[in-house]
Design a protein around this ligand. Structure first.
Ligand SMILES: Nc1ncnc2c1ncn2[C@@H]1O[C@H](COP(=O)(O)OP(=O)(O)OP(=O)(O)O)[C@@H](O)[C@H]1O
Ligand SMILES: [Mg+2]
Length: 255
């Protein structure tokens, strides 16, 4: 069996006295598409932020392609964050797409997609621009490179954000409710792009309320509740035969 791209074990996260992740194990293998569903406040976004090394876990470990990331070696079960200089290198292989796009408003679509390549990957400007153009074309925005975010629809902005993540050739892409901030008529253009990435073999974790979409593209769906993965299985078995009453209740509310 191949090593997972990302492997999280026993992840614990607290905010004050609230334990919002209570010992989560989560693996994602190369080429897998995994969806995460669950009620508001159950810890889905927190898990993604931890996997992307945007925050530090209070317990547990994360391995990326077999290497411990985000923390120094554990002592007595506690872990200290790795220094920022190491974190910024360890973050690079994992891309993240947020609900609110997070594009730079003062940069064009093309510049948004070029920026990390020039600053982080140190690619030459010419090469970065060519790759950015190609990647914008992949998300159907070949004619919008010179537009500023304010001149793009929400669906177009989100596709720019996806292009910005994809152009870095990530080992895995994490999506946190990528269509929740969009007008309903713009949702499908974003889901189409994500579906084509999945078909091309991108390794993806998608937190979503788009149950039909999760059912269609995901190899596995995890149901989160109160800081734990209550169950995880192939879509058909999760929907047709949930193992927990809590999952069943949630599914009747959302479908
Ligand atoms: N920075 C923070 N400081 C304090 N509490 C936080 C912080 N971020 C998240 N929380 C709390 O942690 C819990 C889990 O939040 P999280 O955003 O991960 O939930 P979620 O499953 O993504 O919910 P939603 O479906 O609403 O996006 C919530 O109770 C939330 O209030
Ligand atoms: Mg969330």
């Amino acid at each position: 069996m191949q090593l997972p791209v990302i492997s999280a074990r026993g992840i614990i996260k607290r905010y004050g006295h609230d334990e919002v992740l209570r010992g989560v194990d989560y693996d994602i293998h190369q080429g897998q598409v995994k969806a995460i569903i669950g009620p508001s406040g159950s810890g889905k976004s927190t898990l993604l932020r931890l996997l992307a090394l945007l925050e530090h876990a209070d317990g547990g470990s994360i391995h990326l392609d077999g290497d411990l990331v985000g923390a120094r070696a554990h002592q007595n079960g506690s872990s200290r964050p790795a220094p920022e200089r190491i974190l910024s290198r360890q973050r690079r292989p994992v891309g993240m797409v947020f609900q609110k796009f997070n594009l730079f408003p003062h940069l064009t679509a093309l510049e948004n997609v070029m920026l990390a390549q020039v600053v982080v990957t140190k690619r030459h400007k010419k090469e970065a621009e060519e790759r950015a153009m190609e990647t914008l074309a992949r998300v159907g925005l070949q004619n919008h490179g010179s537009h500023y975010p304010s001149e793009l629809s929400g669906g177009q902005q989100q596709r720019v954000a996806i292009a910005r993540a994809v152009v870095q050739q990530p080992r895995a892409l994490l999506f946190d409710e990528p269509t929740s901030a969009l007008d309903p008529e713009l949702v499908s253009e974003v889901l189409r792009v994500m579906e084509s990435l999945a078909a091309e073999g991108m390794t993806m974790v998608i937190v979503t309320h788009e149950i039909a979409f999760a059912r269609k593209v995901a190899d596995e769906i995890a149901f989160f509740d109160a800081g734990l993965i209550l169950e995880q299985s192939a879509p058909l078995s999760l929907f047709e035969n949930p193992q927990h009453e809590r999952t069943r209740q949630f599914l009747t509310h959302v479908s």
